[in-house]
Design a protein around this ligand. Structure first.
Ligand code: HEC
Length: 400
């Protein structure tokens, strides 16, 4: 397909994905905050709590029926499509970038020489299996102890990232770990929380009292979603930053530390909001210090594992390029796009794009066409002075 259309496709899917995710996370943070700030009052019926809010020039009183109302309201808003759209757009974006262009983004022959079909199957199957195992863990005996279950899930997420790191490129491994966690979040909404709510509503319609087990199970899954929200966003952003995948060995550590940092920040807010009307305001500030320590540890890990002689383990190039093309790319691009860039201020090859020998350049052919021929995004500000004639040479080569 026309490479610029690939770019547009990726932009539009990403736009949808980010907007849907903002709507979902926004609603979810809102309800978590609301839950934490609800208070019983004397003028309210038993089992009902309320919280006052002011927003956009209006005052709102939000009430929560701790079990369920004895009547079914006529207008009932379900919050579920934000989650479903986030997952659907994310799945499309994953396919668009990582499966349709897997040779650029998902496959790293130095890690494992997968065919594009094998890589896509492994990725999709890994995500599906990721949910199944999570769900089994939650249904096991561990479910009776929230803390134990969380600890098991943490170890599980790190193990998942280690498996992906053994299969895929660094960015592919981080993104797939994020996709498993995001699928867990959506699966919790789609397969547990909403069905349980539907059962509760059905019981209400039948004039019965809904089984509180449904609510308890939904609440446990909601709590998991709450704690993994921030790590998922980090993992989704990480693929744009090669510092997070300096080496495959760093990946489980980066995942573990992002889980710790993100969960601690959520824990702080959950506690703070719950204690908003208490003297001392909830406390728990140590969580910020601990989260910062986790971030510092992630940075230290990335610095420690960054390859010192990145060229050492590479195979000699097998492909050959037209000498004119090789000369242009080496002369205009590789100072930034090499394993250890020599351009001042650039520490790692930007976006992980390496352009220093024939094999690597050939892998990036389509991207070179998009960024240096069809658009003039590269070199940035034409800082290395590529000429129009040189772009024509690249154009003739890349179009083939
Ligand atoms: C002065 C340093 C520098 C030079 C020279 C340079 N680039 Fe880049 N390149 C960058 C930076 C920085 C980015 C990341 C841009 C961003 O994050 O938006 C990048 C990103 C890219 C990307 C990935 C774009 C994406 O969005 O995924 C490609 C492909 C690329 N460059 C190709 C080239 C080619 C081809 C040349 C030579 C014609 C070149 N670059 C020259 C610094 C450079």
């Amino acid at each position: 397909m026309e490479p610029l259309l690939w770019e547009w496709g990726s932009l539009l899917l990403r736009w949808l994905h980010v907007v849907a995710a903002m709507a979902w996370i926004g609603a979810s943070f809102f309800f978590i905050h609301l839950d934490a700030t609800l208070r019983a009052r004397e003028d309210l019926p038993g089992g009902v709590k309320s919280a006052w809010q002011v927003h956009g020039g209006g005052f709102y009183e939000m009430r929560k029926w701790m079990a369920a109302p004895e009547f079914l309201p006529e207008h009932l808003t379900w919050h579920k499509w934000q989650a479903y759209w986030t997952w659907l757009s994310g799945a499309l974006l994953l396919g668009w970038i990582y499966y349709a262009q897997s040779e650029l983004y998902l496959i790293d022959p130095a890690v494992r020489d997968l065919s594009p079909a094998m890589a896509a199957i492994a990725g999709a199957a890994g995500i599906a299996l990721g949910w199944v195992v999570y769900d089994l863990l939650c249904r096991s005996r561990l479910k009776r102890n929230d803390t134990l279950l969380l600890a098991a899930l943490f170890a599980y997420a790190v193990a998942v990232s280690a498996v992906f790191a053994a299969l895929f490129s660094g960015r592919g491994a981080l993104l797939h770990t994020g996709a498993v966690l995001a699928t867990v979040m959506t699966g919790n909404v789609f397969l547990v929380i909403i069905p349980n709510q539907k059962k509760a509503v059905a019981a209400l319609i039948a004039g019965a009292v809904p089984d509180p087990r449904f609510g308890a199970e939904g609440k446990q899954r909601s709590m998991h979603n709450n704690y993994i929200t921030l790590p998922v966003v980090f993992l989704m952003l990480s693929n744009h930053y090669p510092v997070t995948y300096v080496s495959q060995a760093a990946i489980p550590g980066i995942v573990a530390l992002s889980l710790v940092a993100g969960a601690l920040v959520r824990w702080f807010y959950n506690r703070r909001h719950a204690g908003f009307d208490a003297p001392g305001h909830g406390g728990g500030w140590w969580a910020w210090g601990a989260a910062a320590a986790a971030v510092v540890a992630a940075i230290a890990l990335s610095l420690a594992l960054a390859p010192s002689d990145p060229g050492a383990e590479r195979r000699p190039p097998r492909a050959t390029l037209p000498p004119a093309v090789e000369e242009i790319v080496l002369g205009r691009c590789s100072m930034c796009h090499m394993p250890s860039p020599v351009w001042a201020g650039i520490g790692l090859p930007p976006r992980g794009v390496v352009l220093d020998e024939a094999d690597a350049i050939l892998r990036q052919k389509a991207a070179i066409r998009v960024h240096a021929v069809l658009t003039h995004a590269m070199p940035p500000g034409n800082i290395t002075g590529i000429t129009t004639e040189e772009r024509r040479v690249l154009a003739a080569w890349a179009a083939r």
